[in-house]
Write a protein that binds this ligand. Structure first.
Ligand SMILES: *Cc1c(COP(=O)(O)O)cnc(C)c1O
Length: 453
């Protein structure tokens, strides 16, 4: 064999094309496969539209986040935010990676139990916990994060009734420089309400105070806000240690890290502006490590990260139904995925990519969903190669808050598949059909026969 000639290594600046006044061209390459599985084949087998979840992306993203925190802090625990995506296949992947469950309703609590999560690994958040929900949580030894005084009083009663000492934390809201401030959940730090709750718990002696919790908002693009929040929780922990000689076992910083999606109206794409897990981890762990918390009682750091862990792992495949010209001459492309299954299209400009090869010509267009509703717009303004009926598109970063907030409206919700680590495809949720949608309905007997009376 002939010896190949030596080429010296060189560093070359990547050129992705000249921007026009709207920024760079939307897409350069089609997405023809996900994790090595051809999109054409997926749609032929499972229909259109279709949600696709990449198990590989979930695991890689989780590991990246875990590494960012665990290399900076001795004790780190993630708890999967169920409301972000509670498909069993998704939750179980996170649990297999070591995540606990973070739930905000009795339903989600039951789903976590059904997924095999032990009560001691469930964090129960939210403003709506019924007596039955709290009883279930206490009996399973879950961590109950108290939202308001009425819940605190109810827990005191239940502790007496059940002869148990429930494990509780309080949720704290605070000024972190993020406005509008979320003060509707938990107890306020600045006005002393948080201390009032802590004092009542400590003096009441019926509840076991195990931690402090906050969740300062969602899609927070400034890591320093987390540094401020962590300092304020650390300050409460130090106060508890000095006043009551009581050391909490964890500080839970909630979720809220931004994902790489682009918010509507944002000047730059989210993939350029989204802070890294390292940046968030730096802000949080520095604040904790530099606080006055005693080194002998370093609390575990819990994170309830939702969207930043799963958004990239979800894709929505859809097909072009038709093209038409609006009265003003603008090109409109109608696809078979609407806002009823893509809730996040109300606040994100989702990345839309053709799934088949295309030429260089692009045109400004609006992408409509299939609903007979004027609000059914997937992208108001996008520059894409013109597509024809039957062509496919890939909508990226749809893993968070779509497969939970989607609604059955006008048509059936589609199938969801997961591509596993070996590129095998698994159906993880069936599409709906008439019998599924109607199974809870009944009608009074006099409407059996619809012949006019
Ligand atoms: C929704 C929620 C989360 C997850 O938030 P993301 O913004 O998706 O990271 C975490 N904790 C609580 C209490 C929540 O309500």
């Amino acid at each position: 064999m002939e010896k190949k000639i030596f080429e010296r290594p060189l560093i070359k600046k990547l050129q992705t094309g000249m921007p026009n006044k709207f920024g760079t061209k939307t897409e350069y390459d089609p997405i023809t496969d996900i994790d090595g599985v051809a999109i054409k084949g997926l749609m032929a087998q499972y229909g259109s539209p279709l949600f696709v979840i990449s198990e590989n992306t979930i695991r890689e993203t989780y590991r990246e986040a875990y590494r960012a925190f665990s290399t900076r802090y001795p004790r780190v625990q993630f708890a999967w935010s169920y409301k972000t995506n509670y498909l069993s296949a998704v939750c179980r992947t996170f649990h297999q990676e070591g995540s606990w469950a973070e739930v905000v309703s009795g339903f989600e609590f039951e789903k976590a139990l059904q997924n095999g999560v032990a009560g001691k690994n469930i964090i129960f958040n939210g403003p709506d916990k019924s007596t039955a929900d709290l009883t279930m949580a206490i009996n399973h030894g879950a961590y109950i994060h108290i939202d308001h005084f009425d819940e605190l009083f109810l827990l005191n009663e239940l502790a007496d009734k059940l002869q148990k000492k429930p494990k509780v934390s309080i949720r704290v809201n605070m000024d972190t420089g993020i406005y509008p401030q979320w003060s509707r959940f938990g107890f306020n730090y600045e006005n002393g309400e948080a201390w009032e709750a802590l004092n009542r718990i400590m003096l009441g002696k019926k509840l076991e105070l195990v931690g402090l919790h906050c969740h300062i908002g969602t899609y927070i693009m400034t890591p320093t806000a987390y540094g401020i929040a962590a300092s304020k929780l650390a300050d409460l922990a130090v106060g508890l240690a000095s006043k009551y000689k009581h050391n909490i076992s964890y500080i839970d910083m909630g979720g809220g890290f931004a994902s790489k999606n682009t918010l509507k109206g944002a000047y730059l794409p989210g993939s350029d502006t989204c802070p890294s897990f390292d940046a968030y981890a730096d802000a949080i762990t520095s604040a904790l490590i530099n606080s006055s918390i005693s080194p002998d009682h370093i609390p575990m750091l819990i994170l309830e990260t939702g969207r930043a862990l799963v958004d990239d792992a979800g894709y929505l495949l859809s097909s072009v139904i038709a093209n038409k010209r609006l009265a003003d001459g603008k090109l409109a492309t109608i696809v078979d995925a609407g806002v009823n299954i893509l809730f996040t299209s109300f606040w994100y400009d989702h990345k839309v990519t053709p799934a088949q090869p295309f030429g260089y010509h692009t045109e400004d267009m609006i992408i409509y969903g299939p609903l007979c509703m004027n609000i059914d717009v997937i992208r108001e303004y996008i520059s894409l190669p013109p597509m024809k009926k039957g062509d496919h598109i890939v909508i990226s970063r749809v893993g968070a808050y779509n497969m939970t907030q989607w609604m059955q409206f006008i048509s059936y919700r589609p199938k969801v598949v997961m591509i596993d680590m070996h590129n095998a495809v698994h159906l993880v949720r069936e599409n709906e059909d008439l019998s599924y949608v109607c199974q809870l309905e009944k009608h009074p007997e006099h409407l059996n026969d619809i012949k006019p009376l």
